[in-house]
Design a protein. Structure first.
Length: 172
């Protein structure tokens, strides 16, 4: 994947990603309209499909709401690369199918607006401005399968349908 980056600092919490006043919103599309609005008011209107968020330490800290990675994903962000993630955000990102990578070196050397390419399978981040490629740990295959399916619910649904078809049950 390739996109322009939006750079944020350390400790971007879930209230900064999607302010609590919007948690009663019922669709991901509406959540996306308010993504990052308190720290980057232009973000929701200016982010383009395929863009990449670059962030410092502890991205997604705060409450355990899954609204945060869902809003980021629906806004069109293809991937989040951070120095580190809050553990609950990390899990919620995988569950909602939002690709995330920890790569401190890439974060340090990237400026807002740089063009990046990310290879999730190979675990690389390349900054096209500097020409540097950074290596990180790729996801294990089972996590990549969850992300490729669009999250844990679609992944589980696909597996159940495949198993039912294999067993010849539950067919009309």
């Amino acid at each position: 994947m390739e996109g322009s980056c939006w750079k944020f600092g350390d400790n971007v919490d879930t209230d900064a990603i999607i302010p609590a006043r919007y948690l009663n919103v019922s669709t991901a599309e509406k959540l996306a309209q308010h993504c990052m609005e308190d720290i980057a008011p232009e973000f929701a209107a200016a982010v383009r499909p395929g863009d990449i968020i670059i962030a410092g330490d502890n991205f997604g800290c705060g409450s355990s709401r899954e609204h945060a990675p869902l809003a980021i994903k629906r806004a069109g962000v293809a991937c989040v690369v951070a120095k580190s993630f809050a553990r609950i955000f990390y899990r919620n990102a995988v569950n909602t199918g939002l690709p995330i990578l920890e790569c401190p070196e890439a974060v340090q050397d990237t400026e807002n607006g740089d063009q990046l390419t990310v290879d999730l399978g190979g675990g690389t981040v390349t900054n096209l401005r500097t020409g540097r490629t950074y290596q990180t740990s790729p996801f294990p295959p089972f996590v990549m399968n969850i992300i490729k399916a669009g999250g844990l619910v679609p992944y589980t649904r696909e597996r159940l349908e495949t198993q039912a078809a294999t067993l010849g049950c539950c067919q009309e």
